[in-house]
Design a protein around this ligand. Sequence first.
Ligand SMILES: CC(C)(COP(=O)(O)OP(=O)(O)OC[C@H]1O[C@@H](n2cnc3c(N)ncnc32)[C@H](O)[C@@H]1OP(=O)(O)O)[C@@H](O)C(=O)NCCC(=O)NCCS
Length: 318
Amino acid sequence: MHIRDFTPDDYPAITNIHNALCPARSRTPQGWAKADEHRHPKCKFRRWVAVADGAAVGTGAYDQDIGDYAPHRFYADFKVAPEHQRRGIGAALYEHVMTELQPFEPQVLRANAFADRPQGFEFMQRRGFFEAWRETPVRLDLAAVDLAPYVGLEERLGRGGIRILTLANLAGDPMRDRKLYDLYMEIDRTLPREEASEVQPMDFDTWSHTALNDEISLDGYFVAVLGDAYIGLKELGVDRSTNMLWAGLMGVLPEYRRRGIGMAMQARAIAYARAQGFSTLSSSTGAVNQAMQHIFTRLGYLRLPVWHQLQKDLQENI
Ligand SMILES: CC(C)(COP(=O)(O)OP(=O)(O)OC[C@H]1O[C@@H](n2cnc3c(N)ncnc32)[C@H](O)[C@@H]1OP(=O)(O)O)[C@@H](O)C(=O)NCCC(=O)NCCS
Protein backbone atom coordinates (compact mmCIF):
# COMPACT_ATOMS: atom_id res chain seq x y z
CA MET A 1 0.00 0.00 0.00
CA HIS A 2 1.22 3.49 -0.76
CA ILE A 3 -0.33 6.95 -0.56
CA ARG A 4 -0.22 9.33 -3.50
CA ASP A 5 -1.86 12.60 -4.50
CA PHE A 6 -5.42 12.42 -5.76
CA THR A 7 -5.95 13.09 -9.49
CA PRO A 8 -9.25 13.73 -11.34
CA ASP A 9 -9.00 10.16 -12.71
CA ASP A 10 -9.64 8.95 -9.14
CA TYR A 11 -13.19 10.38 -8.90
CA PRO A 12 -14.90 7.10 -9.97
CA ALA A 13 -12.85 5.08 -7.45
CA ILE A 14 -13.42 7.40 -4.49
CA THR A 15 -17.11 7.62 -5.41
CA ASN A 16 -17.36 3.82 -5.28
CA ILE A 17 -15.69 3.80 -1.88
CA HIS A 18 -17.93 6.58 -0.57
CA ASN A 19 -21.12 4.96 -1.89
CA ALA A 20 -20.20 1.57 -0.41
CA LEU A 21 -19.80 3.26 2.98
CA CYS A 22 -22.64 5.79 2.77
CA PRO A 23 -25.38 4.49 0.45
CA ALA A 24 -27.88 6.94 1.96
CA ARG A 25 -25.68 9.87 0.95
CA SER A 26 -24.57 8.59 -2.43
CA ARG A 27 -22.59 10.74 -4.86
CA THR A 28 -21.63 10.67 -8.52
CA PRO A 29 -18.07 11.26 -9.83
CA GLN A 30 -19.30 14.25 -11.87
CA GLY A 31 -21.18 15.75 -8.93
CA TRP A 32 -18.19 15.34 -6.62
CA ALA A 33 -15.86 16.97 -9.18
CA LYS A 34 -18.28 19.86 -9.58
CA ALA A 35 -18.50 20.37 -5.82
CA ASP A 36 -14.66 20.45 -5.63
CA GLU A 37 -14.50 23.05 -8.42
CA HIS A 38 -16.96 25.30 -6.57
CA ARG A 39 -15.04 25.33 -3.29
CA HIS A 40 -14.49 28.93 -2.16
CA PRO A 41 -10.97 30.07 -3.18
CA LYS A 42 -10.16 30.96 0.44
CA CYS A 43 -10.61 27.34 1.56
CA LYS A 44 -7.52 25.16 1.63
CA PHE A 45 -8.02 21.63 0.34
CA ARG A 46 -5.94 18.59 -0.59
CA ARG A 47 -6.82 14.95 -1.10
CA TRP A 48 -4.82 11.72 -1.36
CA VAL A 49 -5.60 8.14 -2.26
CA ALA A 50 -4.25 4.93 -0.74
CA VAL A 51 -3.36 2.44 -3.47
CA ALA A 52 -3.06 -1.33 -3.04
CA ASP A 53 -2.42 -3.75 -5.93
CA GLY A 54 -2.82 -0.84 -8.37
CA ALA A 55 -6.30 0.12 -7.16
CA ALA A 56 -7.45 3.05 -4.99
CA VAL A 57 -8.75 1.49 -1.77
CA GLY A 58 -8.96 4.54 0.45
CA THR A 59 -8.88 8.29 0.49
CA GLY A 60 -7.98 11.02 2.95
CA ALA A 61 -8.33 14.78 2.68
CA TYR A 62 -8.22 18.07 4.49
CA ASP A 63 -10.53 20.88 3.68
CA GLN A 64 -12.06 24.11 4.98
CA ASP A 65 -15.73 25.03 4.89
CA ILE A 66 -16.62 28.61 3.95
CA GLY A 67 -19.73 28.29 6.13
CA ASP A 68 -17.60 28.17 9.29
CA TYR A 69 -14.29 29.39 7.96
CA ALA A 70 -11.40 30.32 10.22
CA PRO A 71 -7.77 30.32 9.01
CA HIS A 72 -6.67 27.55 11.38
CA ARG A 73 -9.88 25.48 11.35
CA PHE A 74 -9.79 22.38 9.13
CA TYR A 75 -11.97 19.41 8.28
CA ALA A 76 -10.40 15.99 7.90
CA ASP A 77 -12.04 13.12 6.07
CA PHE A 78 -11.00 9.47 5.76
CA LYS A 79 -12.62 6.63 3.86
CA VAL A 80 -11.40 3.06 3.35
CA ALA A 81 -13.26 0.54 1.17
CA PRO A 82 -15.11 -1.95 3.40
CA GLU A 83 -13.08 -4.97 2.15
CA HIS A 84 -9.78 -3.18 2.93
CA GLN A 85 -10.60 -2.01 6.44
CA ARG A 86 -8.74 -3.18 9.58
CA ARG A 87 -5.35 -3.28 7.79
CA GLY A 88 -3.94 0.05 8.95
CA ILE A 89 -4.86 1.98 5.78
CA GLY A 90 -7.06 4.51 7.61
CA ALA A 91 -4.37 5.03 10.24
CA ALA A 92 -1.74 5.63 7.53
CA LEU A 93 -4.01 8.11 5.74
CA TYR A 94 -4.67 9.89 9.04
CA GLU A 95 -0.94 10.27 9.77
CA HIS A 96 -0.32 11.46 6.23
CA VAL A 97 -3.04 14.11 6.29
CA MET A 98 -2.00 15.34 9.76
CA THR A 99 1.63 15.69 8.67
CA GLU A 100 0.64 17.59 5.54
CA LEU A 101 -1.59 19.92 7.57
CA GLN A 102 1.15 20.90 9.99
CA PRO A 103 2.57 23.88 7.98
CA PHE A 104 -0.85 25.56 8.26
CA GLU A 105 -0.73 25.38 12.07
CA PRO A 106 -4.20 23.88 12.57
CA GLN A 107 -5.86 24.77 15.87
CA VAL A 108 -9.28 23.18 15.43
CA LEU A 109 -9.80 19.93 13.56
CA ARG A 110 -13.29 18.86 12.57
CA ALA A 111 -14.61 15.58 11.19
CA ASN A 112 -18.01 14.09 10.46
CA ALA A 113 -19.27 10.72 11.66
CA PHE A 114 -22.65 9.06 11.29
CA ALA A 115 -24.45 6.73 13.66
CA ASP A 116 -24.85 4.09 10.91
CA ARG A 117 -21.04 3.87 10.67
CA PRO A 118 -19.96 3.70 14.33
CA GLN A 119 -16.48 2.52 13.35
CA GLY A 120 -15.83 5.99 11.88
CA PHE A 121 -16.73 7.65 15.19
CA GLU A 122 -14.54 5.19 17.13
CA PHE A 123 -11.62 5.73 14.76
CA MET A 124 -11.71 9.51 15.37
CA GLN A 125 -12.39 9.15 19.12
CA ARG A 126 -9.24 7.06 19.48
CA ARG A 127 -7.40 10.01 17.92
CA GLY A 128 -8.71 12.57 20.42
CA PHE A 129 -11.87 13.80 18.70
CA PHE A 130 -15.05 14.46 20.71
CA GLU A 131 -18.63 15.16 19.70
CA ALA A 132 -18.94 18.96 19.52
CA TRP A 133 -22.39 19.11 17.93
CA ARG A 134 -25.14 16.69 17.02
CA GLU A 135 -27.31 17.08 13.96
CA THR A 136 -30.39 15.07 13.03
CA PRO A 137 -30.54 14.62 9.25
CA VAL A 138 -34.05 14.03 7.93
CA ARG A 139 -35.75 13.19 4.67
CA LEU A 140 -39.31 13.93 3.60
CA ASP A 141 -41.25 11.66 1.27
CA LEU A 142 -42.91 14.34 -0.85
CA ALA A 143 -45.66 12.04 -2.10
CA ALA A 144 -46.74 11.12 1.44
CA VAL A 145 -46.83 14.54 3.08
CA ASP A 146 -50.30 16.00 3.73
CA LEU A 147 -50.49 19.74 3.15
CA ALA A 148 -54.26 19.94 3.72
CA PRO A 149 -53.89 21.45 7.24
CA TYR A 150 -51.96 24.38 5.72
CA VAL A 151 -54.42 25.34 2.98
CA GLY A 152 -55.48 28.92 3.74
CA LEU A 153 -52.41 29.62 5.92
CA GLU A 154 -50.86 32.07 3.46
CA GLU A 155 -54.19 33.80 3.04
CA ARG A 156 -54.42 34.24 6.81
CA LEU A 157 -50.87 35.66 6.94
CA GLY A 158 -51.75 37.90 4.00
CA ARG A 159 -54.53 39.52 6.02
CA GLY A 160 -51.79 40.71 8.38
CA GLY A 161 -49.75 42.01 5.43
CA ILE A 162 -47.28 39.09 5.35
CA ARG A 163 -46.56 37.56 1.95
CA ILE A 164 -44.39 34.60 0.98
CA LEU A 165 -42.48 35.56 -2.16
CA THR A 166 -39.63 34.02 -4.15
CA LEU A 167 -36.29 35.53 -5.13
CA ALA A 168 -37.70 35.75 -8.67
CA ASN A 169 -40.71 37.77 -7.37
CA LEU A 170 -38.27 40.12 -5.64
CA ALA A 171 -36.04 40.69 -8.67
CA GLY A 172 -37.28 44.31 -8.92
CA ASP A 173 -35.98 45.20 -5.45
CA PRO A 174 -32.52 46.76 -5.98
CA MET A 175 -31.67 46.08 -2.31
CA ARG A 176 -32.83 42.45 -2.43
CA ASP A 177 -29.51 40.69 -1.89
CA ARG A 178 -28.30 43.14 0.74
CA LYS A 179 -31.60 42.85 2.66
CA LEU A 180 -31.47 39.08 2.38
CA TYR A 181 -27.90 39.06 3.70
CA ASP A 182 -28.87 41.24 6.68
CA LEU A 183 -31.83 38.95 7.42
CA TYR A 184 -29.73 35.79 7.06
CA MET A 185 -27.11 37.17 9.48
CA GLU A 186 -29.73 38.27 11.99
CA ILE A 187 -31.35 34.83 11.95
CA ASP A 188 -27.95 33.18 12.08
CA ARG A 189 -27.21 34.99 15.35
CA THR A 190 -30.33 33.42 16.93
CA LEU A 191 -29.64 29.81 15.82
CA PRO A 192 -29.16 27.25 18.57
CA ARG A 193 -25.50 26.38 17.98
CA GLU A 194 -22.21 25.37 19.52
CA GLU A 195 -19.64 27.90 20.65
CA ALA A 196 -16.94 28.41 18.00
CA SER A 197 -15.34 31.76 18.80
CA GLU A 198 -12.72 31.43 16.06
CA VAL A 199 -15.42 31.49 13.33
CA GLN A 200 -16.29 34.97 12.07
CA PRO A 201 -19.60 35.79 10.32
CA MET A 202 -19.40 35.82 6.50
CA ASP A 203 -19.06 39.21 4.81
CA PHE A 204 -21.56 40.14 2.09
CA ASP A 205 -19.37 39.05 -0.87
CA THR A 206 -18.55 35.67 0.66
CA TRP A 207 -22.18 35.08 1.56
CA SER A 208 -23.41 36.00 -1.96
CA HIS A 209 -20.85 33.66 -3.51
CA THR A 210 -21.88 30.85 -1.16
CA ALA A 211 -25.63 31.29 -0.63
CA LEU A 212 -26.77 32.71 -3.96
CA ASN A 213 -25.02 30.33 -6.32
CA ASP A 214 -26.21 28.05 -9.12
CA GLU A 215 -27.40 25.37 -6.64
CA ILE A 216 -30.49 27.45 -5.86
CA SER A 217 -33.37 28.32 -8.14
CA LEU A 218 -34.86 31.81 -8.05
CA ASP A 219 -38.34 30.23 -7.92
CA GLY A 220 -37.48 27.85 -5.09
CA TYR A 221 -35.99 30.27 -2.54
CA PHE A 222 -38.71 31.78 -0.34
CA VAL A 223 -38.77 35.09 1.49
CA ALA A 224 -41.45 36.25 3.93
CA VAL A 225 -42.08 39.93 3.40
CA LEU A 226 -43.99 42.55 5.41
CA GLY A 227 -44.18 45.84 3.51
CA ASP A 228 -40.61 46.46 2.33
CA ALA A 229 -39.09 44.44 5.15
CA TYR A 230 -37.79 40.88 4.78
CA ILE A 231 -38.76 38.95 7.91
CA GLY A 232 -38.19 35.28 7.04
CA LEU A 233 -36.38 33.09 4.53
CA LYS A 234 -36.15 29.49 3.39
CA GLU A 235 -33.29 28.23 1.26
CA LEU A 236 -33.78 25.35 -1.15
CA GLY A 237 -31.32 24.00 -3.68
CA VAL A 238 -29.95 20.99 -5.52
CA ASP A 239 -26.74 19.65 -3.97
CA ARG A 240 -24.04 19.45 -6.63
CA SER A 241 -22.40 16.32 -5.29
CA THR A 242 -25.54 14.24 -4.70
CA ASN A 243 -28.09 15.79 -7.11
CA MET A 244 -30.54 15.73 -4.21
CA LEU A 245 -32.87 18.53 -3.25
CA TRP A 246 -31.76 19.98 0.08
CA ALA A 247 -33.26 22.55 2.39
CA GLY A 248 -30.73 24.98 3.79
CA LEU A 249 -31.46 27.59 6.43
CA MET A 250 -35.04 28.41 7.33
CA GLY A 251 -35.55 31.27 9.75
CA VAL A 252 -37.96 33.93 10.86
CA LEU A 253 -37.04 37.07 12.82
CA PRO A 254 -37.74 36.43 16.53
CA GLU A 255 -40.56 38.98 16.77
CA TYR A 256 -42.51 37.24 13.96
CA ARG A 257 -42.14 33.64 15.16
CA ARG A 258 -45.03 31.32 16.09
CA ARG A 259 -47.47 32.91 13.65
CA GLY A 260 -47.28 30.21 10.99
CA ILE A 261 -44.64 31.85 8.74
CA GLY A 262 -42.22 28.93 9.08
CA MET A 263 -44.93 26.41 8.24
CA ALA A 264 -46.15 28.51 5.30
CA MET A 265 -42.61 28.57 3.85
CA GLN A 266 -42.30 24.79 4.41
CA ALA A 267 -45.57 24.23 2.54
CA ARG A 268 -44.43 26.41 -0.35
CA ALA A 269 -41.10 24.59 -0.55
CA ILE A 270 -42.83 21.19 -0.56
CA ALA A 271 -45.25 22.28 -3.31
CA TYR A 272 -42.34 23.65 -5.36
CA ALA A 273 -40.30 20.46 -4.92
CA ARG A 274 -43.23 18.30 -6.03
CA ALA A 275 -43.85 20.51 -9.07
CA GLN A 276 -40.17 20.09 -10.03
CA GLY A 277 -40.61 16.31 -9.98
CA PHE A 278 -38.51 15.57 -6.87
CA SER A 279 -39.60 12.66 -4.70
CA THR A 280 -37.70 13.54 -1.52
CA LEU A 281 -36.47 16.61 0.31
CA SER A 282 -33.40 16.40 2.55
CA SER A 283 -32.72 18.61 5.53
CA SER A 284 -31.00 18.64 8.89
CA THR A 285 -31.01 20.55 12.14
CA GLY A 286 -29.36 20.54 15.54
CA ALA A 287 -30.68 17.84 17.88
CA VAL A 288 -31.41 20.63 20.39
CA ASN A 289 -33.37 22.80 17.96
CA GLN A 290 -36.85 22.36 19.44
CA ALA A 291 -38.72 24.54 16.95
CA MET A 292 -37.30 22.80 13.90
CA GLN A 293 -37.59 19.33 15.46
CA HIS A 294 -41.28 20.04 16.04
CA ILE A 295 -41.78 21.09 12.41
CA PHE A 296 -40.00 17.95 11.15
CA THR A 297 -42.20 15.74 13.34
CA ARG A 298 -45.39 17.58 12.39
CA LEU A 299 -44.76 17.14 8.66
CA GLY A 300 -43.66 13.51 8.94
CA TYR A 301 -39.96 13.86 8.04
CA LEU A 302 -38.14 10.52 8.34
CA ARG A 303 -35.23 10.64 10.78
CA LEU A 304 -31.92 9.37 9.37
CA PRO A 305 -28.89 8.18 11.38
CA VAL A 306 -27.53 10.90 13.64
CA TRP A 307 -24.70 13.04 12.29
CA HIS A 308 -21.93 13.54 14.86
CA GLN A 309 -19.85 16.65 14.24
CA LEU A 310 -16.51 15.85 15.83
CA GLN A 311 -13.72 18.12 16.95
CA LYS A 312 -10.17 17.98 18.21
CA ASP A 313 -8.59 21.06 19.76
CA LEU A 314 -4.88 21.44 19.23
CA GLN A 315 -2.90 23.55 21.67
CA GLU A 316 0.12 23.72 19.40
CA ASN A 317 0.99 22.03 16.16
CA ILE A 318 0.10 18.37 15.81
C1 LIG B 1 -37.69 27.34 13.16
C2 LIG B 1 -38.45 28.64 12.85
C3 LIG B 1 -38.10 29.06 11.44
C4 LIG B 1 -39.96 28.38 12.96
O1 LIG B 1 -40.62 29.52 12.43
P1 LIG B 1 -42.06 29.98 12.95
O2 LIG B 1 -42.57 30.97 11.98
O3 LIG B 1 -41.96 30.39 14.37
O4 LIG B 1 -42.87 28.60 12.84
P2 LIG B 1 -44.46 28.42 12.86
O5 LIG B 1 -45.10 29.57 13.58
O6 LIG B 1 -44.91 28.15 11.48
O7 LIG B 1 -44.62 27.13 13.76
C5 LIG B 1 -44.60 25.84 13.19
C6 LIG B 1 -44.81 24.80 14.27
O8 LIG B 1 -43.66 24.77 15.12
C7 LIG B 1 -44.05 25.02 16.48
N1 LIG B 1 -42.97 25.78 17.12
C8 LIG B 1 -42.50 26.98 16.73
N2 LIG B 1 -41.51 27.36 17.56
C9 LIG B 1 -41.38 26.38 18.48
C10 LIG B 1 -40.52 26.22 19.59
N3 LIG B 1 -39.60 27.14 19.92
N4 LIG B 1 -40.62 25.07 20.29
C11 LIG B 1 -41.53 24.11 19.98
N5 LIG B 1 -42.39 24.25 18.93
C12 LIG B 1 -42.30 25.37 18.19
C13 LIG B 1 -45.33 25.81 16.37
O9 LIG B 1 -46.11 25.70 17.54
C14 LIG B 1 -45.99 25.13 15.19
O10 LIG B 1 -46.50 23.90 15.61
P3 LIG B 1 -47.93 23.35 15.16
O11 LIG B 1 -47.93 23.31 13.65
O12 LIG B 1 -47.98 21.99 15.78
O13 LIG B 1 -48.94 24.31 15.70
C15 LIG B 1 -38.07 29.75 13.87
O14 LIG B 1 -38.22 29.23 15.18
C16 LIG B 1 -36.66 30.26 13.71
O15 LIG B 1 -36.40 31.16 12.91
N6 LIG B 1 -35.70 29.72 14.50
C17 LIG B 1 -34.31 30.14 14.40
C18 LIG B 1 -33.69 29.65 13.13
C19 LIG B 1 -33.59 28.13 13.14
O16 LIG B 1 -33.30 27.52 14.15
N7 LIG B 1 -33.80 27.56 11.96
C20 LIG B 1 -33.63 26.17 11.72
C21 LIG B 1 -32.22 25.89 11.49
S1 LIG B 1 -31.97 24.34 10.69
